[in-house]
Design a binder for this molecule. Structure first.
Ligand code: AMP
Ligand code: ZN
Length: 138
C-alpha cells in the first residue's frame, strides 16, 4: 500500500478524523476505533513506514522515546493495572493497516484478554540451530 492510499497517513495529516491524544512533528497517538479496552491507543510515526524491520532506527528511537509519556498518561487516565505494547508486522501476524503502529492496550487484573499464549518447547538442538541462523543474518 502506498502512503497515498494509507488511512493512517490520512489520520496523520488530518485528512480524516481520529480521536487524537497526542501529536508532535514525529508521532501521532490516537484512540483505536475498535478498542480491546478503554484507552486502547495507537502510536505511530507521522511518516509512512510499514514495519519495524524497514523503519530507520533513528525514527524508531524517536517513536519509542514518546512511549513512556503516552503510556503513562493512558494507564493513569483509565486506572489500568498494566498494559500491553503490541506491534503486528505482516498479515500473518495480524497487521491490517500497513503503516507501522504500536498498540497500547490498558489491562485490568483478570480481564481475560490475551489469556492464551500458545507456547511450546524446542526439540533437542533446535534453539541453538535457529539462533545460529539468526545470528548469521545480523
Ligand atoms: P493492526 O491489526 O495492528 O494493523 O491494527 C489496526 C488497528 O487500527 C485496529 O485495531 C483497528 O481497530 C484500528 N483502526 C483502523 N482504522 C482506524 C481508524 N480510522 N481510527 C482508529 N483506529 C483505526
Ligand atoms: Zn501511512
Amino acid at each position: 500500500m502506498s502512503s497515498k492510499d494509507c488511512i493512517f497517513c490520512k489520520i496523520a495529516s488530518g485528512q480524516i478524523p481520529a480521536v487524537k491524544i497526542y501529536e508532535d512533528e514525529v508521532v501521532v497517538a490516537f484512540l483505536d476505533i475498535g478498542p480491546v479496552s478503554d484507552g486502547h491507543t495507537l502510536v505511530m510515526p507521522c511518516k509512512h513506514v510499514e514495519k519495524v524491520h524497514n523503519c530507520p532506527a533513528e525514527l524508531l528511537e524517536q517513536v519509542w522515546s514518546r512511549l513512556p509519556k503516552i503510556a503513562g498518561a493512558i494507564i493513569s487516565a483509565v486506572g489500568a493495572d498494566g498494559y500491553n505494547v503490541l506491534c503486528n508486522n505482516g498479515r500473518a501476524a495480524g497487521q491490517v493497516v500497513d503503516h507501522l503502529h504500536f498498540h497500547i492496550i490498558p489491562r485490568k487484573a483478570g480481564d481475560g484478554v490475551f489469556t492464551q499464549w500458545p507456547s511450546h518447547k524446542y526439540g533437542q538442538g533446535k534453539a541453538e540451530a535457529i539462533a545460529e541462523r539468526i545470528r548469521s543474518k545480523l
